[in-house]
Ligand binder design. Structure first.
Ligand code: AMP
Ligand code: GLY
Length: 425
Protein backbone atom coordinates (compact mmCIF):
# COMPACT_ATOMS: atom_id res chain seq x y z
CA UNK A 1 0.00 0.00 0.00
CA UNK A 2 1.04 3.57 -0.65
CA UNK A 3 0.26 6.06 2.10
CA UNK A 4 0.36 9.83 2.25
CA UNK A 5 0.78 11.85 5.44
CA UNK A 6 0.12 15.60 5.32
CA UNK A 7 2.38 17.58 7.69
CA UNK A 8 6.01 17.84 8.64
CA UNK A 9 6.56 17.91 12.40
CA UNK A 10 7.20 15.60 15.33
CA UNK A 11 3.60 14.47 15.41
CA UNK A 12 3.72 13.42 11.76
CA UNK A 13 7.01 11.59 12.35
CA UNK A 14 5.39 9.62 15.21
CA UNK A 15 2.42 8.75 12.97
CA UNK A 16 4.72 7.68 10.12
CA UNK A 17 6.94 5.50 12.31
CA UNK A 18 3.85 3.73 13.66
CA UNK A 19 2.26 3.28 10.20
CA UNK A 20 5.52 1.73 8.98
CA UNK A 21 5.08 -1.17 11.42
CA UNK A 22 2.38 -2.58 9.12
CA UNK A 23 4.05 -5.02 6.67
CA UNK A 24 1.55 -4.12 3.92
CA UNK A 25 2.86 -0.57 3.78
CA UNK A 26 5.28 -0.07 0.87
CA UNK A 27 5.84 3.67 0.54
CA UNK A 28 4.84 6.56 2.76
CA UNK A 29 4.96 10.05 1.27
CA UNK A 30 5.23 13.00 3.66
CA UNK A 31 3.99 16.39 2.38
CA UNK A 32 6.15 18.31 3.12
CA UNK A 33 7.95 16.12 5.74
CA UNK A 34 11.33 17.28 7.10
CA UNK A 35 15.01 16.30 7.26
CA UNK A 36 14.61 13.57 9.85
CA UNK A 37 11.33 12.22 8.47
CA UNK A 38 13.24 11.60 5.21
CA UNK A 39 14.79 8.53 6.89
CA UNK A 40 11.32 6.96 7.21
CA UNK A 41 9.30 8.38 4.31
CA UNK A 42 9.62 10.00 0.90
CA UNK A 43 9.42 13.72 1.67
CA UNK A 44 8.03 16.24 -0.80
CA UNK A 45 9.27 19.61 0.49
CA UNK A 46 7.74 21.48 -2.47
CA UNK A 47 4.19 20.71 -1.30
CA UNK A 48 3.19 22.47 1.92
CA UNK A 49 0.49 21.21 4.29
CA UNK A 50 -1.89 23.98 3.16
CA UNK A 51 -1.49 23.39 -0.61
CA UNK A 52 -4.75 21.46 -0.81
CA UNK A 53 -4.96 21.37 -4.61
CA UNK A 54 -1.39 20.08 -4.96
CA UNK A 55 -1.92 17.50 -2.21
CA UNK A 56 -4.97 16.07 -4.00
CA UNK A 57 -3.18 16.05 -7.39
CA UNK A 58 -0.21 14.29 -5.78
CA UNK A 59 -2.45 11.66 -4.17
CA UNK A 60 -4.16 10.98 -7.50
CA UNK A 61 -0.92 10.69 -9.45
CA UNK A 62 0.87 8.49 -6.90
CA UNK A 63 -1.79 5.80 -6.46
CA UNK A 64 -2.32 6.65 -2.80
CA UNK A 65 -4.39 3.99 -1.01
CA UNK A 66 -4.85 5.88 2.23
CA UNK A 67 -4.08 9.42 3.41
CA UNK A 68 -3.66 10.89 6.89
CA UNK A 69 -4.20 14.62 7.30
CA UNK A 70 -2.53 15.53 10.59
CA UNK A 71 -2.37 19.36 11.08
CA UNK A 72 -5.31 21.66 11.88
CA UNK A 73 -4.94 24.08 8.95
CA UNK A 74 -5.46 21.60 6.08
CA UNK A 75 -8.31 19.96 8.02
CA UNK A 76 -10.05 23.32 8.47
CA UNK A 77 -9.41 24.10 4.78
CA UNK A 78 -11.24 20.94 3.68
CA UNK A 79 -8.31 18.71 2.69
CA UNK A 80 -10.23 15.59 3.72
CA UNK A 81 -13.34 16.72 1.79
CA UNK A 82 -11.25 17.18 -1.38
CA UNK A 83 -9.43 13.84 -0.97
CA UNK A 84 -12.74 12.06 -0.49
CA UNK A 85 -14.16 13.74 -3.60
CA UNK A 86 -11.15 12.32 -5.46
CA UNK A 87 -12.03 8.85 -4.13
CA UNK A 88 -9.11 8.58 -1.71
CA UNK A 89 -9.84 7.05 1.69
CA UNK A 90 -8.39 9.12 4.51
CA UNK A 91 -8.15 9.72 8.22
CA UNK A 92 -9.28 13.07 9.60
CA UNK A 93 -12.46 15.12 9.97
CA UNK A 94 -14.05 17.04 7.12
CA UNK A 95 -14.07 20.85 7.24
CA UNK A 96 -17.50 21.03 8.88
CA UNK A 97 -16.42 18.76 11.73
CA UNK A 98 -13.02 20.49 12.03
CA UNK A 99 -14.89 23.63 13.18
CA UNK A 100 -14.81 22.05 16.64
CA UNK A 101 -11.22 23.36 16.76
CA UNK A 102 -11.21 26.01 14.04
CA UNK A 103 -13.93 28.09 15.73
CA UNK A 104 -13.95 28.44 19.50
CA UNK A 105 -17.35 30.14 19.21
CA UNK A 106 -18.72 27.03 17.44
CA UNK A 107 -17.20 24.75 20.12
CA UNK A 108 -18.49 26.82 23.05
CA UNK A 109 -22.00 27.13 21.59
CA UNK A 110 -22.03 23.37 20.95
CA UNK A 111 -21.14 22.65 24.57
CA UNK A 112 -23.75 25.08 25.87
CA UNK A 113 -26.50 23.69 23.62
CA UNK A 114 -25.79 20.06 24.57
CA UNK A 115 -24.95 20.56 28.26
CA UNK A 116 -21.29 19.53 28.02
CA UNK A 117 -19.34 20.88 31.03
CA UNK A 118 -17.10 23.84 30.16
CA UNK A 119 -16.19 27.28 31.52
CA UNK A 120 -19.04 29.87 31.47
CA UNK A 121 -18.48 32.34 28.63
CA UNK A 122 -19.70 35.22 26.45
CA UNK A 123 -18.95 35.88 22.78
CA UNK A 124 -18.10 39.37 21.44
CA UNK A 125 -17.73 40.85 17.95
CA UNK A 126 -17.41 44.42 19.15
CA UNK A 127 -14.35 45.43 21.21
CA UNK A 128 -16.35 48.15 23.05
CA UNK A 129 -18.92 45.63 24.26
CA UNK A 130 -16.13 43.26 25.30
CA UNK A 131 -14.45 45.99 27.37
CA UNK A 132 -17.73 46.97 29.00
CA UNK A 133 -18.30 43.34 30.01
CA UNK A 134 -14.75 43.08 31.35
CA UNK A 135 -15.24 46.15 33.57
CA UNK A 136 -17.81 44.19 35.57
CA UNK A 137 -15.85 40.90 35.56
CA UNK A 138 -13.61 39.32 38.17
CA UNK A 139 -9.96 38.48 37.42
CA UNK A 140 -8.10 36.46 36.29
CA UNK A 141 -10.29 35.91 33.24
CA UNK A 142 -9.64 34.16 29.94
CA UNK A 143 -9.76 35.87 26.52
CA UNK A 144 -9.63 33.63 23.42
CA UNK A 145 -9.47 34.51 19.72
CA UNK A 146 -12.19 32.60 17.84
CA UNK A 147 -10.02 31.04 15.13
CA UNK A 148 -6.78 29.10 14.76
CA UNK A 149 -3.75 30.91 16.21
CA UNK A 150 -0.95 28.31 16.49
CA UNK A 151 -1.98 27.64 20.09
CA UNK A 152 -1.21 31.23 21.03
CA UNK A 153 -4.67 32.82 20.84
CA UNK A 154 -5.45 32.47 24.56
CA UNK A 155 -4.65 35.32 26.95
CA UNK A 156 -5.24 35.32 30.71
CA UNK A 157 -5.38 38.94 31.93
CA UNK A 158 -4.88 39.44 35.68
CA UNK A 159 -6.46 42.91 35.81
CA UNK A 160 -8.41 45.45 33.74
CA UNK A 161 -5.25 46.97 32.28
CA UNK A 162 -4.10 43.60 30.90
CA UNK A 163 -7.65 42.85 29.74
CA UNK A 164 -7.73 46.08 27.71
CA UNK A 165 -4.39 45.17 26.15
CA UNK A 166 -5.68 41.66 25.32
CA UNK A 167 -8.83 42.92 23.58
CA UNK A 168 -6.85 45.56 21.71
CA UNK A 169 -4.24 43.05 20.57
CA UNK A 170 -6.71 40.43 19.36
CA UNK A 171 -9.59 42.56 18.01
CA UNK A 172 -7.97 45.82 16.90
CA UNK A 173 -4.32 45.08 16.11
CA UNK A 174 -5.41 41.65 14.77
CA UNK A 175 -2.33 39.91 16.18
CA UNK A 176 -3.90 36.61 15.10
CA UNK A 177 -5.39 37.98 11.86
CA UNK A 178 -9.05 37.21 11.12
CA UNK A 179 -8.99 34.64 13.94
CA UNK A 180 -9.63 37.66 16.17
CA UNK A 181 -12.82 38.91 14.46
CA UNK A 182 -14.73 37.36 17.35
CA UNK A 183 -13.55 36.57 20.86
CA UNK A 184 -14.71 34.33 23.66
CA UNK A 185 -14.33 35.66 27.20
CA UNK A 186 -14.61 32.88 29.74
CA UNK A 187 -14.39 32.03 33.39
CA UNK A 188 -10.92 31.08 34.72
CA UNK A 189 -10.94 27.46 35.86
CA UNK A 190 -8.45 25.72 38.13
CA UNK A 191 -7.24 22.15 38.48
CA UNK A 192 -4.86 19.70 36.80
CA UNK A 193 -4.94 19.68 33.00
CA UNK A 194 -5.26 16.42 31.08
CA UNK A 195 -5.16 15.77 27.35
CA UNK A 196 -7.20 12.83 26.07
CA UNK A 197 -6.86 11.98 22.39
CA UNK A 198 -9.48 9.59 21.07
CA UNK A 199 -10.08 7.66 17.88
CA UNK A 200 -13.68 8.05 16.76
CA UNK A 201 -15.68 7.09 13.68
CA UNK A 202 -18.51 9.43 14.63
CA UNK A 203 -20.30 6.96 16.91
CA UNK A 204 -17.78 4.62 18.54
CA UNK A 205 -14.93 6.11 20.53
CA UNK A 206 -11.62 4.68 21.73
CA UNK A 207 -9.78 7.02 24.10
CA UNK A 208 -6.00 6.70 23.93
CA UNK A 209 -3.69 6.86 26.94
CA UNK A 210 -4.18 10.19 28.73
CA UNK A 211 -1.29 12.63 28.65
CA UNK A 212 0.08 15.84 30.15
CA UNK A 213 1.60 18.63 28.08
CA UNK A 214 4.06 21.25 29.40
CA UNK A 215 3.17 24.39 27.47
CA UNK A 216 5.34 27.06 29.06
CA UNK A 217 8.88 27.61 27.79
CA UNK A 218 10.63 27.63 31.19
CA UNK A 219 11.12 25.29 34.13
CA UNK A 220 8.46 25.54 36.81
CA UNK A 221 5.85 26.56 34.18
CA UNK A 222 7.35 30.01 33.69
CA UNK A 223 7.88 32.02 30.52
CA UNK A 224 5.89 32.20 27.33
CA UNK A 225 3.39 29.68 26.01
CA UNK A 226 4.84 27.34 23.38
CA UNK A 227 3.47 24.56 21.20
CA UNK A 228 4.55 22.17 24.01
CA UNK A 229 7.98 21.48 25.57
CA UNK A 230 7.38 17.88 26.61
CA UNK A 231 4.72 15.33 27.45
CA UNK A 232 4.16 12.27 29.57
CA UNK A 233 1.60 9.47 29.33
CA UNK A 234 -0.46 8.22 30.99
CA UNK A 235 -1.35 11.25 33.13
CA UNK A 236 -1.48 10.13 36.78
CA UNK A 237 -3.97 12.91 37.70
CA UNK A 238 -6.60 11.25 35.48
CA UNK A 239 -8.13 8.42 37.51
CA UNK A 240 -10.32 5.58 36.19
CA UNK A 241 -13.23 7.38 37.84
CA UNK A 242 -12.40 10.59 35.89
CA UNK A 243 -12.25 8.50 32.71
CA UNK A 244 -15.72 7.11 33.40
CA UNK A 245 -17.15 10.56 34.17
CA UNK A 246 -15.57 12.01 31.01
CA UNK A 247 -16.94 9.21 28.85
CA UNK A 248 -20.48 9.83 30.16
CA UNK A 249 -20.54 13.61 30.45
CA UNK A 250 -18.09 14.75 27.74
CA UNK A 251 -16.90 12.20 25.15
CA UNK A 252 -20.14 10.48 24.12
CA UNK A 253 -22.23 13.68 24.41
CA UNK A 254 -19.74 15.50 22.15
CA UNK A 255 -20.01 12.83 19.45
CA UNK A 256 -23.82 12.84 19.72
CA UNK A 257 -23.85 16.65 19.52
CA UNK A 258 -21.73 16.62 16.35
CA UNK A 259 -24.02 14.04 14.76
CA UNK A 260 -27.09 16.07 15.74
CA UNK A 261 -25.54 19.19 14.16
CA UNK A 262 -25.07 17.27 10.90
CA UNK A 263 -21.28 17.12 11.14
CA UNK A 264 -20.28 13.75 12.63
CA UNK A 265 -16.63 13.79 13.69
CA UNK A 266 -14.33 11.13 12.25
CA UNK A 267 -10.63 11.03 13.07
CA UNK A 268 -8.71 11.90 16.20
CA UNK A 269 -10.62 14.12 18.58
CA UNK A 270 -8.47 15.79 21.23
CA UNK A 271 -10.14 16.72 24.50
CA UNK A 272 -8.20 19.36 26.47
CA UNK A 273 -9.67 18.88 29.94
CA UNK A 274 -9.36 20.48 33.34
CA UNK A 275 -10.15 18.42 36.43
CA UNK A 276 -11.86 21.20 38.40
CA UNK A 277 -13.28 20.94 41.93
CA UNK A 278 -16.71 20.67 40.19
CA UNK A 279 -15.60 17.77 37.98
CA UNK A 280 -13.92 17.50 34.57
CA UNK A 281 -14.59 20.36 32.13
CA UNK A 282 -13.57 20.97 28.52
CA UNK A 283 -10.92 23.67 28.04
CA UNK A 284 -10.66 23.10 24.30
CA UNK A 285 -11.21 20.60 21.54
CA UNK A 286 -8.65 19.94 18.82
CA UNK A 287 -9.68 18.20 15.63
CA UNK A 288 -6.41 16.26 15.34
CA UNK A 289 -3.58 14.52 17.15
CA UNK A 290 -1.76 16.79 19.62
CA UNK A 291 1.87 17.72 19.19
CA UNK A 292 3.82 16.55 21.24
CA UNK A 293 1.13 14.38 22.89
CA UNK A 294 1.23 12.00 19.91
CA UNK A 295 4.94 11.34 20.56
CA UNK A 296 4.05 9.67 23.90
CA UNK A 297 0.63 8.22 23.11
CA UNK A 298 1.33 6.33 19.87
CA UNK A 299 4.39 4.48 21.24
CA UNK A 300 1.97 2.91 23.77
CA UNK A 301 -0.41 1.67 21.03
CA UNK A 302 -0.13 -2.11 20.54
CA UNK A 303 -2.75 -2.53 17.76
CA UNK A 304 -1.64 -1.67 14.23
CA UNK A 305 -2.29 2.06 13.63
CA UNK A 306 -3.30 1.71 9.97
CA UNK A 307 -5.93 -0.88 10.97
CA UNK A 308 -7.38 1.54 13.54
CA UNK A 309 -7.38 4.42 11.05
CA UNK A 310 -9.10 2.30 8.41
CA UNK A 311 -11.75 1.26 10.96
CA UNK A 312 -12.39 4.95 11.63
CA UNK A 313 -12.74 5.68 7.92
CA UNK A 314 -14.99 2.63 7.38
CA UNK A 315 -17.04 3.36 10.52
CA UNK A 316 -16.28 -0.08 11.99
CA UNK A 317 -14.35 1.04 15.07
CA UNK A 318 -16.85 -0.67 17.41
CA UNK A 319 -15.77 -4.06 15.99
CA UNK A 320 -12.08 -3.51 16.72
CA UNK A 321 -10.36 -4.39 19.99
CA UNK A 322 -7.71 -1.67 20.34
CA UNK A 323 -4.90 -2.74 22.67
CA UNK A 324 -2.25 -0.73 24.56
CA UNK A 325 1.12 -1.51 26.07
CA UNK A 326 1.52 -1.25 29.84
CA UNK A 327 3.97 1.27 31.20
CA UNK A 328 4.64 4.94 30.52
CA UNK A 329 6.21 7.20 27.93
CA UNK A 330 7.96 10.55 28.27
CA UNK A 331 8.96 13.02 25.57
CA UNK A 332 11.45 15.86 26.08
CA UNK A 333 11.52 18.55 23.38
CA UNK A 334 14.88 19.91 22.26
CA UNK A 335 14.25 23.44 21.03
CA UNK A 336 16.34 26.22 19.50
CA UNK A 337 17.51 28.86 22.00
CA UNK A 338 15.09 31.78 21.82
CA UNK A 339 11.97 29.74 21.01
CA UNK A 340 9.05 30.66 21.10
CA UNK A 341 10.58 34.04 20.18
CA UNK A 342 13.12 34.41 17.39
CA UNK A 343 15.89 31.83 17.04
CA UNK A 344 18.69 30.88 14.66
CA UNK A 345 18.47 28.05 12.14
CA UNK A 346 20.97 25.90 10.28
CA UNK A 347 22.84 24.45 13.29
CA UNK A 348 24.23 20.97 12.69
CA UNK A 349 22.56 18.21 14.73
CA UNK A 350 24.45 15.20 16.10
CA UNK A 351 22.54 12.15 17.28
CA UNK A 352 24.52 9.13 18.53
CA UNK A 353 23.81 5.93 16.60
CA UNK A 354 23.60 3.73 19.67
CA UNK A 355 20.64 5.12 21.58
CA UNK A 356 18.80 2.43 23.58
CA UNK A 357 15.96 0.52 21.93
CA UNK A 358 13.29 2.08 24.11
CA UNK A 359 14.27 5.57 22.89
CA UNK A 360 12.93 7.16 19.69
CA UNK A 361 13.91 10.55 18.34
CA UNK A 362 11.07 12.27 16.50
CA UNK A 363 12.14 15.06 14.17
CA UNK A 364 10.04 18.21 14.40
CA UNK A 365 12.03 21.07 12.85
CA UNK A 366 15.07 20.11 10.85
CA UNK A 367 16.21 19.74 7.27
CA UNK A 368 18.95 18.09 5.25
CA UNK A 369 21.68 20.39 4.03
CA UNK A 370 24.53 18.75 2.07
CA UNK A 371 23.24 15.45 3.54
CA UNK A 372 23.73 16.77 7.08
CA UNK A 373 20.83 17.33 9.46
CA UNK A 374 20.53 20.96 10.52
CA UNK A 375 18.00 22.80 12.69
CA UNK A 376 15.13 24.49 10.85
CA UNK A 377 12.53 25.33 13.49
CA UNK A 378 11.76 26.27 17.07
CA UNK A 379 10.98 22.78 18.26
CA UNK A 380 13.72 20.67 16.66
CA UNK A 381 13.49 17.16 18.12
CA UNK A 382 11.28 15.19 20.50
CA UNK A 383 13.16 12.55 22.47
CA UNK A 384 10.74 9.86 23.65
CA UNK A 385 11.46 6.92 25.93
CA UNK A 386 9.08 4.22 27.07
CA UNK A 387 9.51 2.43 30.39
CA UNK A 388 7.83 0.26 33.00
CA UNK A 389 7.33 3.36 35.14
CA UNK A 390 7.11 7.07 34.42
CA UNK A 391 10.30 7.60 36.43
CA UNK A 392 12.20 5.11 34.23
CA UNK A 393 10.83 6.62 31.01
CA UNK A 394 11.81 10.13 32.10
CA UNK A 395 15.27 9.07 33.16
CA UNK A 396 15.95 7.38 29.80
CA UNK A 397 14.49 10.28 27.79
CA UNK A 398 16.69 12.79 29.65
CA UNK A 399 19.79 10.58 29.34
CA UNK A 400 19.30 10.41 25.56
CA UNK A 401 18.50 14.14 25.34
CA UNK A 402 21.87 14.87 27.00
CA UNK A 403 23.69 12.92 24.30
CA UNK A 404 22.09 14.75 21.38
CA UNK A 405 23.65 18.02 20.43
CA UNK A 406 23.26 21.18 18.38
CA UNK A 407 24.35 24.73 18.93
CA UNK A 408 21.76 26.51 21.09
CA UNK A 409 19.97 23.33 22.25
CA UNK A 410 17.35 24.32 24.82
CA UNK A 411 15.20 22.02 26.94
CA UNK A 412 13.08 22.10 30.07
CA UNK A 413 14.53 20.08 32.94
CA UNK A 414 11.30 19.39 34.80
CA UNK A 415 9.12 17.46 32.33
CA UNK A 416 7.05 14.97 34.33
CA UNK A 417 7.99 16.47 37.70
CA UNK A 418 4.45 17.48 38.56
CA UNK A 419 3.15 14.08 37.42
CA UNK A 420 5.70 12.27 39.62
CA UNK A 421 4.72 14.31 42.64
CA UNK A 422 1.01 13.67 41.95
CA UNK A 423 1.81 9.93 41.95
CA UNK A 424 4.30 9.76 44.74
CA UNK A 425 2.84 12.53 46.96
P1 AMP B 1 -6.14 26.46 24.79
O1 AMP B 1 -5.34 26.92 23.59
O2 AMP B 1 -7.60 26.73 24.71
O3 AMP B 1 -5.76 25.05 25.21
O4 AMP B 1 -5.59 27.30 26.01
C1 AMP B 1 -4.21 27.34 26.31
C2 AMP B 1 -4.02 27.22 27.80
O5 AMP B 1 -4.69 28.29 28.46
C3 AMP B 1 -4.65 25.95 28.38
O6 AMP B 1 -3.82 24.85 28.28
C4 AMP B 1 -4.90 26.38 29.81
O7 AMP B 1 -3.71 26.24 30.57
C5 AMP B 1 -5.22 27.84 29.69
N1 AMP B 1 -6.68 28.03 29.71
C6 AMP B 1 -7.51 28.04 28.65
N2 AMP B 1 -8.79 28.21 29.05
C7 AMP B 1 -8.76 28.32 30.40
C8 AMP B 1 -9.75 28.52 31.41
N3 AMP B 1 -11.04 28.67 31.11
N4 AMP B 1 -9.35 28.58 32.71
C9 AMP B 1 -8.03 28.44 33.02
N5 AMP B 1 -7.06 28.27 32.12
C10 AMP B 1 -7.40 28.20 30.83
N1 GLY C 1 0.12 20.21 22.43
C1 GLY C 1 -1.07 20.92 22.21
C2 GLY C 1 -1.61 20.86 20.86
O1 GLY C 1 -1.23 20.05 20.03
O2 GLY C 1 -2.48 21.65 20.55
Amino acid sequence: MNLLVVGGGGREHAIIKKLKENPQVETIYALPGNGGIAADAVCVPEIGAKDIGKIVDFAKSHAIDFAVVAPDDPLALGCVDRLHEAGIPCFGPDAKAARIEASKVFAKNLMKKYGIPTARYEVFRDPKAALEYLRGASFPIVVKADGLALGKGVLIPQDMEEAEAAVKSIMEEKTFGDSGNEIVIEEFLTGPEVSVLAFTDGTAIVPMASSMDHKRAGDGDTGLNTGGMGTIAPNPCYTPSDAKTCMETIFLPTLAAMRAEGCPFKGCLYFGLMLTPDGPKVIEYNCRFGDPETQVVLPLLKTDLLTVMQAVENETLADLDVEWHDGSAACVILASAGYPGSYEKGKEITIPGNLPENVTVYHAGDQLSDSKLVTNGGRVLGVTATGKTLRAALSDAYAAAERIDFDGKYLRHDIGKRALSAMEG
